[in-house]
Design a protein around this ligand. Structure first.
Ligand SMILES: [Cu+2]
Length: 365
């Protein structure tokens, strides 16, 4: 870790998530609605106050070329998220994340928990088509951590800035990616994210100097998506949490990493559990494949509903480089507190995750 630590010291602290943009640079709602990335970037070059003083034809030409070059990088990221309720039962074990087969309704995107990772580069137009297959539930998706300036109608705040996606309806969330870093999308209607409606967002910027410097410090990246998992649905939890007096619903039954965990009673008895829950290769232990000698950036997202988590990897320090979507001056810790909806990144080197216990993978029950 020494070489990496020295290199990390060279990193500048970035105190702002993105540089402050001029009024002319900010996309208007109309530009967003018409998908006018090229026009938006072009307008930056022509209208920016910094450019107005450029009177030479060559200067103007350079601005236009730069604008066109930037727009050439931008692309449209299209996602199709089919949201469908499923029931975990002994006859339908596929959707149990922790071996337990008690009846429990889940609400999943494309039948996976957590849902798909949304990846984009700064400047990309993101179009997420939300297909709601639930015959009873309205849904919304909130893009947590994204500023969404100019795109309130895609921010997932149902009945505030947009309509929810009604039962059996389809809606397209459209926005331009602006905020570099690790972020988090989640259902924003009722307690739907507790039922699996959530996932990671990763926005990169190949032209960002800090990101480029950080990128020299690691070889690959992995995502650790953390969840507290309850054997009762979000609607049940809400009944308790909304009650007067407040009714605590108790601790989660299992903690999940990347949608997997082991409910401890299932390791001792197979009653109401998947067979061979504890077997190697049984599919219920989260596995993160790494190569020894490589340095990894681990992007941590807490999709926990109610509990603060503490993440540690035995006998290994973690070099924190990002907190809540903002790069920070690197610092080393032995464990990391992470609260619901917080995100972070740290670098790991010279380790083998597969053979080391990650403490938050233990079941609480
Ligand atoms: Cu949020």
């Amino acid at each position: 870790m020494t070489g990496s630590a020295n290199a990390c010291r060279r990193m500048r602290s970035r105190t702002r998530r993105t540089r402050r943009r001029t009024t002319a640079e900010r996309p208007s709602k109309m530009q967003g609605r018409t998908g006018g990335v090229r026009r938006r970037v072009g307008a930056v070059g022509v209208l920016s106050p910094r450019r107005r003083g450029s009177s030479s034809a060559l200067g103007f030409f350079a601005v236009v070329v730069a604008a066109v070059a930037s727009s050439a990088d931008a692309k449209t990221v299209r996602e199709r998220w089919v949201i469908r309720p499923q029931i975990i039962t002994s006859a339908n074990a596929t959707f149990s994340p922790d071996c337990y087969l008690g009846d429990r309704r889940v609400l999943l995107v494309n039948d996976i928990n957590p849902g798909p990772v949304l990846r984009a580069e700064v400047g990309d137009v993101v179009k997420v088509t939300i297909v709601n297959k639930s015959p009873t539930d309205a849904v919304t998706v909130h893009y947590h951590g994204l500023s969404m300036k100019g795109y309130p109608y895609s921010d997932g705040t149902g009945a505030v800035s947009q309509c929810s996606v009604g039962p059996l309806q389809t809606q397209v969330n459209e926005f331009v990616a602006e905020d570099v870093g690790t972020h988090y999308w989640h259902g924003h209607t009722g307690m739907e994210r507790v039922d699996g409606l959530q996932g990671a967002i990763v926005i990169t910027d190949p032209h960002d100097e800090d990101e480029k410097l950080l990128r020299t410090l690691y070889d690959e990246e992995r995502i650790l998506f953390l969840q507290d998992w309850y054997h009762r649905e979000g609607s049940f939890q809400r009944t308790g949490l909304d009650s007067l007096p407040f009714r605590w619903i108790g601790n989660p039954q299992t903690l999940l990493i990347n949608g997997k965990g082991q409910y401890l009673p299932c390791l001792e008895s197979e009653d109401n559990c998947v067979e061979n829950c504890g077997s190697a290769g049984g599919g219920y232990l989260p596995e993160i494949n790494v190569e020894q000698g490589k340095t990894y950036r681990l992007r941590i997202i807490s999709g926990a509903q109610l509990v603060g988590l503490n993440l540690a990897i035995s006998d290994h320090a973690m070099m924190v480089v990002e907190a809540d979507g903002t790069l920070v001056r690197p610092f080393s810790v032995n464990n990391l507190d992470i609260m619901p909806a917080q995100v972070s990144s740290f670098l790991m080197q010279d380790y083998c995750l597969a053979s080391l216990p990650i403490r938050s993978s233990r079941s609480l029950a």
